[in-house]
Design a protein around this ligand. Structure first.
Ligand code: AMP
Length: 293
């Protein structure tokens, strides 16, 4: 396994059929496949997923595809950062084996319809604020799973609701893949890394720390206060932060992904979304300190 990796350069595929065939051969040779789906503009958060995949599987496949169907805002899609040259360097430095880099036409034909029932998951929090977003996410991830047939797929806790949605789809459609959730990678000062952070002005970059501070405040309050009191105090902290337009701050049971009003969950998570200027930021943190991140 090690010999295979150290001799291996990054192979790039643009066509579904070609990568499908190549991975089938590797699978037949007994290699396990680890998959990291991304939209590019790679940062240390993405690279931590590559590293997790490298530690667990024989062949690491990353995809870069800015998926149009998950953008409910056309401007956001147009403005999404694209940094392919730097991405390739990072993937090589992190010893990713294979990159899947399809064009939109390779993944979609115009007559396609996709609808999966996600229960409450696309009616609350991100699902409510970004209508259709999780339909688009499941549509593309299902296609990627179907093309690559990975043994393991690696997702960031940063998009916690997305992890819930993908896990739901995998169970519902009986897809043969194991989902691995990796911790949130943060900047030194606590801001969760995100491809969109590059668009924050210097002033907004400072203001954006309010999200991390709100989550750490919630974690501290949670030790001694009720959930109702914790939510109240964190929301009032957020109201006092300049430049922050809070969309939600909620405390959920991390397993069932239902709102909590009393401390009766094994694992509790606080989730936040806010706008700073035009940039939307989401973040989350487990409140039981043993779970960290
Ligand atoms: P994206 O390119 O934004 O679609 O993200 C691709 C994957 O990277 C998703 O599974 C994200 O949850 C994950 N990711 C994004 N930011 C971070 C971060 N700061 N730490 C860990 N994983 C992340």
């Amino acid at each position: 396994m090690t010999a295979f990796k150290s001799n291996c350069n990054l192979k790039i595929f643009n066509k579904r059929e070609d990568i499908h065939h190549h991975l089938n051969n590797l699978r037949s040779a007994g290699k396990s496949i680890g998959f990291v789906p991304t939209m590019g503009a790679l940062h240390a958060g993405h690279l931590s997923l590559i590293e997790a995949a490298r530690n667990k599987t024989d062949v690491v496949v990353c995809s870069i595809f800015v998926n149009p169907t998950q953008f409910n805002d056309k401007k956001d899609l147009e403005n999404y950062p694209r940094t392919l040259k730097e991405d390739l360097e990072k993937l090589r430095a992190f010893k990713c084996d294979i990159l899947f880099l399809p064009e939109v036409e390779e993944m979609y034909n115009s007559s396609e319809i996709w609808k999966i029932s996600l229960g409450d998951l696309d009616k609350i929090l991100e699902g409510k604020i970004r209508p259709g977003h999780y339909q688009g996410v499941t549509q593309i991830v299902n296609k990627l799973f179907d093309t690559l047939k990975p043994d393991f797929a690696f997702f960031g806790q940063k998009d916690y609701q997305q992890v819930m949605v993908i896990s739901h789809m995998v169970r519902k459609m009986k897809i043969d893949v194991k989902i691995v959730v990796c911790p949130i990678i943060r900047e030194m000062d606590g801001l969760a890394m995100s491809s969109r952070n590059v668009y924050l002005s210097p002033e907004e970059r400072i203001q954006s720390l309010a999200l991390y501070h709100a989550l750490t405040l919630a974690q501290n309050l949670f030790e001694t206060q009720s959930i109702v009191e914790t939510k109240k105090r964190v929301r009032s902290f957020l109201d006092s932060c300049p430049g922050i337009e809070t969309e939600y701050f909620e405390i959920f049971n991390a397993r069932t992904f239902k709102p909590l009003n009393s401390k009766n969950a094994e694992v509790t998570i606080a989730l936040i979304a806010a706008k700073i200027g035009k940039i939307r930021i989401i973040d989350n943190m487990y409140l039981n300190k043993g779970n960290s991140h």
